[in-house]
Design a protein around this ligand. Structure first.
Ligand SMILES: [Cu+2]
Length: 187
């Protein structure tokens, strides 16, 4: 892109450029198009930077006490659990069959030995940024937190994902991470 800067006269002698008939007069006259373009670019950069900051500070993972998941675990086949003392967190996603991208996935988190105020699930790509996939679950009458989630489509044949489950309790936040891979449909 070519940006032309206004020519500046540095000569001591009075320099005079004949003013064209259509020379803009008014506030815009002191702001050449290139300056307005630079202001616009700066504003866009500031907005993008703020959006990036906001989306990252919203992500789960701040001040969370992480519990290791119990291995081996296959989320395609059923619930995965994480244990902390007498407390157990069980996470289940998807219905029958393998977990697929772009399908509505039922999510369920059941807890024992922990009183949860809220439960949230986030999906992140393990080896690539796949965007923001954050879902809040609601408590059911049976004490199980449920919701729906969705994974974005990936052009890779196998996409390595991680489900991050964070539970808000009166004593702070507890969390666990569960790895799973999603195969591209038609494979
Ligand atoms: Cu991907």
């Amino acid at each position: 892109m070519l940006v032309s800067l206004p020519s500046i006269c540095l000569d001591e002698r009075p320099c005079f450029t004949p003013m064209p008939e259509d020379f803009p007069i008014g506030p815009d006259a002191s702001r050449p198009a290139s300056l307005r373009f630079l202001i616009l670019v700066t504003l866009i950069a500031v907005v993008v930077a703020l959006w990036y900051l906001a989306s990252h500070s919203l992500r789960l993972g701040r001040e969370v006490h992480w519990i290791a998941s119990t291995t081996p675990c296959n989320l395609h086949g059923g619930a995965c659990t994480a244990r902390l003392g007498d407390s157990v967190l069980a996470f289940e996603m998807g219905g029958e069959g393998p977990i697929r991208a772009q399908e509505i996935l039922p999510l369920a988190v059941s807890l024992s030995g922990v009183e949860a105020r809220s439960v949230e699930v986030e999906f992140v790509g393990r080896d690539m940024d796949m965007g923001f996939h954050h879902f809040a679950l609601s408590p059911g009458e049976d004490g199980v937190f449920r919701g729906e989630g969705q994974l974005s489509f990936c052009t890779d044949a196998v996409m390595p994902w991680q489900a991050i489950v964070v539970v808000e309790t009166a004593d702070g936040r507890l969390g666990s991470r569960f790895d799973f891979d999603v195969e591209r449909p038609g494979r």
